[in-house]
Design a protein around this ligand. Structure first.
Ligand code: AMP
Length: 426
């Protein structure tokens, strides 16, 4: 038997209802905060990611689905959403339009990672980006949206962690002291961190290895090396959060995996998730657009894994409970009088035409089996068109929720059902 590739999954009903529900919630909140949707290609030129995400990151070094197409082009299935959005922003001239541009995306990403609980090779991310605003108000705006998503999903007790990683200017000053300090403890570092010491030393702060964590315990921090501009941004951000009464914790070891971040980085964690408790992560990336060949243009945003949000929502106070019912199931004998079956089928069609979700049994099973099927489909009402009803020009309506049964004339059944479904009598 053929199987789906490792690290991918099929999303089947009823799970798919939860996906649709969560996606519509994300779309609704995007609208509320005035983010517009952008859809970028699933694959891009490999260079887009190697240049922006960074040659030294795990994503680029180990995790990209890269291939050559028949024309010999180097392509990569997108591993994240920000670089494609920035590319489109530049290429499509959005930089010349009204700024800031507030965009959101929702779609599959691909990373060649070891599959495990909550880690897939194809997964879905939702993310927002504000391009063209250097203001700390924009940082707070995306943080507020992140917090709102968690609230709407009933995740109480989330913790907001923030940090600043400065700009290249501050980082240069910091890097020298940082590397000197870490080099004196190089023996303690894991193999990956030894490499990071050469390529991207700050990412050593991100390592979960206990010996590496010990090595960075009292290391010099970027926040003590900030230039005036970064310091002011950092102060404004905190003052704004305080003015809103939004609690936060400064975590000076919070750095994000990607190279293009500047100034603010943040994570929203929800402790009940255990080891993988970061539900939303984001930050500012003022150098990205320039890196792609555009005029300098600041940006800030976040990304969230939809699988992880679903997992969290299931454990939260408001488990997702989308409506999986249909309005009406029409029961009619499949064999025998063809006019009767045709009238039954027409009724299904008319109900649908009136906007009521409806279904029937195309397999011509017994009335009893059809009733069972209606129950399995969570039909709110069943319309029965048996021989007796057909001869008298009637339809029997049964409310599956309340247990009553009524006979309605065939000519009035649509009005009756519309009234029932919108109002619902007891
Ligand atoms: P990142 O783009 O690495 O900052 O990840 C942002 C979010 O995407 C994470 O918090 C996860 O929820 C999700 N994510 C990242 N990688 C994977 C993966 N391999 N499988 C499922 N979700 C992922």
């Amino acid at each position: 038997m053929l199987r789906a590739p490792r690290g991918t999954k099929d999303i089947l009903p009823p799970e798919s209802h939860k996906w649709a529900y969560l996606e519509s919630l994300l779309r609704r909140l995007s609208k509320l905060y005035n983010f517009e949707e952008i859809r970028t290609p699933i694959f891009e030129y490999t260079e887009l990611f190697s240049r922006t995400v960074g040659e030294s990151t795990d994503i680029v070094r180990k995790e990209m689905y890269t291939f050559q197409d028949k024309g010999g082009r180097d392509l990569t299935l997108r591993p994240e959403g920000t670089a494609p959005v920035a590319r489109a922003f530049l290429e499509r001239g959005l930089a010349q339009g009204a700024l800031p541009k507030k965009l959101f995306y929702l779609g599959p990403m691909f990373r060649y990672e070891k599959p495990q609980a909550g880690r897939y090779r194809e997964f879905v991310q939702y993310g927002v980006e504000i391009l063209g605003s250097p203001s700390a108000y924009s940082d707070v705006e995306v943080i507020l949206l992140a917090v709102r998503i968690a609230e709407e999903l009933g995740l109480t007790g989330t913790v907001l962690y923030i940090n600043t990683i400065g700009c290249p200017k501050c980082r240069q000053a910091h890097r020298e002291d940082f590397v000197k300090h870490i080099s004196s403890r190089a023996k303690q570092l894991c193999k990956d961190c030894l490499e990071r010491l050469e390529t991207n030393p700050m990412r050593i702060l991100d390592c979960k290895n206990p010996a590496c964590r010990e090595a960075v315990a009292d290391v010099p921090l970027v926040k003590d090396y900030l230039c005036d501009d970064c310091q002011e941004h950092w102060d404004t951000l905190q003052q704004l959060l305080e003015s809103l009464g939004l609690e936060y914790t400064v975590d000076p070891t919070l750095v994000r995996g990607l190279d293009y971040y500047t100034k603010t980085v943040f994570e929203l964690k929800w402790p009940p998730l255990g080891a993988q408790d970061a539900i939303i992560g984001g930050g500012r990336y003022d150098g990205l657009i320039e890196e792609l060949g555009g005029k300098p243009c600041p940006g800030v945003g976040f990304a969230v894994g939809v699988e992880r949000l679903l997992l969290a929502a299931e454990k939260g106070q408001k488990p997702l409970n989308p409506d999986v019912s249909i309005d009406c199931f029409v029961v009619f004998p499949g064999g025998g009088d063809r006019r009767l079956a045709q009238a039954g089928f027409k009724l299904v069609n008319d109900l649908r035409g009136s906007g009521l979700s409806s279904d029937f049994d195309p397999l011509g099973r017994s009335m009893k089996a059809q009733m069972k099927h209606a129950d399995r489909l969570n039909a709110r009402y069943v319309a029965i068109l048996g021989e007796a009803e057909f001869e008298q020009g009637l339809v029997t309506i049964r409310s599956m929720e309340h247990g009553w049964q009524k006979q309605v004339s065939a000519g009035q059944v649509l009005d009756f059902m519309k009234e029932e479904v919108s109002g619902g009598s007891k």
